[in-house]
Design a binder for this molecule. Structure first.
Ligand code: SF4
Length: 320
């Protein structure tokens, strides 16, 4: 099946007062039509910056190279106005904090209806009906009345659901949700992650869920891409990653996940912190935190293909 998005050798750099920081260090992946991909990693792993670069949303001190083909057209080579045509319409991104996506001074109606009128060329009444339908899809109660309210009149969970509805307004091919649940309590987090997955599946949309929480992708995504220090360190189906993780970092993430059958256990956290991206040590970037490091780890490991869509960036795959 031809991928809806093909990313090759994507690199993102930032000029900072401490020098150049390479936040994304050559990542490759495909997103199939209708597929749901979980992108997992600690903060600073490059997961958000990779998608900001693809959508032309990097901060002013950032720059990116590589290829990101959406239905064959390279988004990275487009002018800002061409990219603007695809953003929101073909590829929509939902951000961490709903208050940054919603204008506090405009009613939800004003914010949603104008987007539909602009992107889909509908009249006001049709656009309002479509917006109400989207609010209903994300389970906002009484959407016919509540659409006229302002963001501060909704709870945090509802505001996040409204931003999802806004992301879905133009029926994009790809929905990118960046930690859509960080600001919410655990129960609402699980509901929102499931909601994004359900809507994407029902609408045959491809989706990307960016999260630091490996648990959030279970039951929601088809495939997982684990990132560390700007690189992909493991990929595989959700089933494979959860039942047989190959990379020591993925194994550490999985071991530190709360589980219902181990409610009293003290969860082992991965020791240490991710490396400073302006000064990444030679060899494997995970070496200082890895309990299985050995002599070969002084050299950077390649991403070893493991058959099917599995791969792991670890020298243990070479070890006898
Ligand atoms: Fe650990 Fe070495 Fe594998 Fe890196 S390459 S994850 S240090 S075993």
């Amino acid at each position: 099946m031809t991928p809806v998005l093909e990313v090759r050798d994507l690199r993102v750099r930032f000029d900072t007062p401490d020098g150049e920081v390479e936040a994304v260090r050559g990542i490759d992946f495909d997103l199939a039509p209708g597929e749901s991909l979980g992108v997992v990693g600690e903060s600073g792993s490059g997961k958000t910056q990779a998608f900001m670069a693809i959508l032309g949303l990097l901060a002013e001190n950032g720059s990116a190279t590589g290829v990101a083909r959406y239905r064959g057209e390279d988004l990275m080579a487009m002018s800002p106005s061409e990219l603007n045509r695809h953003r929101g319409h073909d590829i929509a991104m939902i951000f961490q904090d709903p208050m940054t996506a919603l204008n506090p001074y405009l009613s939800i109606e004003k914010q949603m209806v104008e987007v539909v009128m602009h992107h889909q060329g509908l009249g006001h009444a049709e656009a309002r009906a479509h917006a109400i339908e989207m609010l209903r899809a994300v389970r906002i109660p009484d959407p016919e009345q509540r659409i006229d309210q302002y963001p501060h009149e909704f709870s945090g969970g509802m505001r996040q659901r409204i931003t999802i509805a806004m992301g879905l307004l133009c029926e994009p091919d790809i929905l990118v949700a960046d930690e859509p649940t960080t600001a919410l309590d655990v129960t609402v987090q699980a509901q929102i992650a499931r909601l994004v997955g359900d809507i994407a599946r029902r609408s045959h949309m491809s989706s990307v869920l960016i999260t630091h929480d490996l648990g959030a992708v279970a039951g929601v995504c088809d495939r997982v891409m684990v990132m560390y220090a700007g690189q992909v360190v493991e990929t595989g189906s959700v089933g494979d990653i959860f039942s047989a993780p190959r990379h020591p970092y993925t194994q550490g993430l999985l071991a530190s996940m709360p589980r219902l059958d181990r409610i009293d256990d003290v969860l082992p956290a991965i020791p240490g912190n991710p490396p400073n991206l302006s000064d990444i040590p030679a060899g494997c970037a995970f070496r200082a935190r890895c309990s299985r490091a050995f002599e070969a780890c002084g050299e950077p490991p390649p991403l070893h293909p493991l058959g099917g869509d599995r791969a792991s960036r670890c020298h243990l795959e070479d070890a006898p």
